[in-house]
Design a protein. Structure first.
Length: 335
């Protein structure tokens, strides 16, 4: 059992399983759905739920509905990752030579699952999500499918024809909308049945952080994407300007949190996020320099580079934001 837990921990930490380890069914599916990035979705859902408890307005919190939303969002993220891999392979983007097949196992190219098996998994996960959606719709009405269908639209057409948002420089704004207003706002609504105006502003700081992760990934893939005609925002901006924009987004997270505290939207305890400033400084330094020419020793997801640094900042700052809001739920303190 200890060996299995070690497998799962390694997959969740690195999106890879060492060649010396035996592949088990749980590890296989954790790789297929790219579970290593689920913490971002869990954080968005947690923020929506905790804001229901710790926001500037009193609201009746429904814990069961919150848990349904949490499960539904994680499943939707899993479906999104599988859909991206399927359509990128169908479009001829993903290959053994392309970045996606180098930093981690591609579900189909690596033999983890057949093409038909991946389609079946996508359908199964979406059916479970549909059941959750139907129940929450029966409770809260039309806003629930509005949130869900908005996320599904961006998720599917991120890579699927005819829109292919990623290839038109719209992938990064799409991620901003999904992990911010849609996930945080949708979870808050499902938990309380209300949608106060301040909620949209409250969803922005973490949306910005998640966007930096995708920016980092697309900077890492810039040359390969340009060669394939994929016009992500970093391809459009160019390497240096894209790294500058990513740095500006990271700094803006802290500025937004401070502004929301000063305006009374966030409680004072959320200033704990400034405990991530030392990591911010380190990550900004990394983004200010070109990526290494060769794989650094023990670096797990090469040839990706900037995305890993953006992710470790997002993970820490997100946890601190959740902790600050949770503290405010216990002892409310607003300016």
């Amino acid at each position: 059992m200890a060996s299995l837990v070690d497998n799962w921990a390694e997959v969740l930490r690195t999106q890879n399983l060492s060649s010396g380890r035996r592949m088990d069914p749980v590890s296989r599916w954790l790789l297929i759905v790219r579970a290593s990035v689920f913490p971002m979705t869990l954080t968005s859902a947690a923020l929506g739920g905790i804001l229901a408890l710790a926001g500037p307005d009193e609201a009746a919190f429904h814990g069961l509905y919150f848990l349904e939303a949490l499960v539904g969002l994680v499943l939707a993220h899993a479906a999104n990752n599988m859909i991206n891999d399927y359509f990128d392979l169908e479009a001829g983007v993903d290959s053994h030579d392309y970045v996606r097949g180098q930093y981690a196992p591609h579900p189909i190219l690596s033999g983890l699952v057949s093409k038909g098996g991946l389609v079946a998994a996508i359908a199964a996960v979406n059916l479970v999500d549909l059941a959750i959606l139907a129940h929450l719709f029966s409770v809260w009405g039309w806003p629930v499918p509005a949130f869900a269908l908005g996320g599904l639209f961006i998720s599917v057409f991120y890579v699927a024809p005819p829109l292919r948002l990623k290839q038109r420089g719209l992938g990064e704004p799409g991620v901003f909308v999904v992990w911010g207003p849609l996930m945080i706002g949708g979870t808050y609504f499902v938990s309380t049945g209300t949608l106060p105006a301040w909620l949209w502003a409250a969803s922005l700081p973490y949306a910005v952080l998640v966007t930096t992760v995708l920016f980092g990934k697309h900077i890492d893939k810039l040359a390969a994407d340009r060669e394939k005609g994929i016009r992500t925002l970093p391809v459009i901006l160019g390497d240096e300007r894209a790294r500058w924009v990513a740095q500006a987004l990271m700094v803006s997270f802290f500025a937004l949190v401070l502004l929301l505290v000063l305006t009374g939207t966030f409680g004072v305890w959320t200033l704990v996020v400034f405990g991530a400033l030392p990591r911010l400084v380190r990550v900004l330094r990394v983004f200010s320099q070109p990526r290494p020419q060769a794989r650094p020793e023990s670096f797990p997801i090469w040839p990706l580079w900037y995305v890993a640094w953006a992710f470790v900042l997002t993970r820490l700052a997100g946890v601190l934001l959740v902790a600050g809001l949770a503290a405010n739920a216990v002892y409310p303190l607003f300016l």
